[in-house]
Write a protein that binds this ligand. Structure first.
Ligand SMILES: O=C(O)CCC(=O)C(=O)O
Length: 277
């Protein structure tokens, strides 16, 4: 489903979702905007991406089959000024605050570069909320994953797959994925029978769109993706915004998994990325 957001340049606070869009998010669990960032903004973010991917340290989870390749890079909003600015754009923050009816802070950010030629391995079907609830002590599923397409996400680049409406089934039984054990991240997959039942009821949709598209995804929406066997990278930057009144109580995990700074984020100038041109 393709949406457009009302965007006027004269005020950073004026971009708002309308009632239909809010109702669609509640019904389907996601809202997709194919043209939220301009080509110039995308070029700036693409230039800033190698710095994230070349990072060494505990914030980087590596691909099982190729330890030289990053599978996830957490915390980019702290290491990279363009990605910090992106997280504070009114185009992202305002819709999230509207949908959650609260101020928000960043629970985590992570880039999934999904490298080509199979370098970006599959993600089994899962909801994002279970580990945040079980490990980080996030009380309720009042959290949204703003997924910013850094590269084009086409049908051949193993796009993110979602089961529309599955978030309405609440927290499903899930198990820590074998690949995540001991790696510091927390993929918990949903069993095949449940996935099949929900997919039969609701279908599966692929999130496809040009670089600069943004999808706001409910944290209980069932999603996954296949190996990227194409030659091309398909990077997505995920910002996990949590309602301030839903702050996590756990302290077990590092800041890049479970950020403890609950200060409400304030939108900055919607054109701020241009300063990096
Ligand atoms: O980007 C992808 O292919 C999947 C990532 C994902 O499911 C996640 O980060 O929760």
């Amino acid at each position: 489903m393709i949406m457009r957001m009302t965007r006027r340049k004269d005020s950073i606070n004026i971009m708002q979702l309308n009632d239909t869009q809010i109702a669609q998010f509640d019904e389907r669990g996601y809202l997709f905007f194919p043209d939220l960032l301009s080509d110039d903004e995308v070029a700036i973010l693409q230039r800033a991406t190698p710095e994230l991917l070349n990072r060494q340290g505990p914030e980087v989870v590596r691909e099982k089959e190729d330890p030289t390749a990053a599978r996830l890079v957490f915390g980019g909003h702290v290491f990279s000024e363009p990605f910090r600015c992106l997280s504070l754009l009114p185009r992202l923050l305002n819709p999230v605050r509207q949908l959650l009816k609260d101020d928000v802070y960043l629970h985590q950010s992570r880039m999934n570069p999904k490298q080509g030629f199979g370098g970006g391995a599959a993600w089994d079907w899962h909801q994002d909320f279970p580990p945040w609830h079980i490990i980080d002590g996030m009380p309720e599923p009042r959290c949204i994953m703003a997924s910013v397409f850094i590269d084009d996400c086409t049908a051949v680049k193993s796009p993110l797959l979602v089961v529309p409406g599955s978030h309405r089934h609440g927290l499903m039984d899930s198990k820590l994925h074998e690949d995540a054990k001991g790696k510091g991240y927390s993929l918990m997959h949903i069993d095949h029978a449940t996935t099949a039942r929900l997919a039969d009821e609701n279908g599966i949709e692929a999130l496809i769109g040009p670089a600069g598209s943004v999808c706001f995804v409910h944290c209980n929406l069932l999603h996954g993706s296949a190996n990227n066997v194409s030659p091309w990278r398909r990077a997505i930057m995920y910002y996990i915004y949590n309602a301030v009144s839903n702050a996590c109580t756990g302290t077990e995990r590092a800041w890049h998994h479970n950020n403890r700074d609950f200060t409400p984020l304030q939108p900055i100038d919607d054109d701020c990325l241009k300063a990096f041109a």
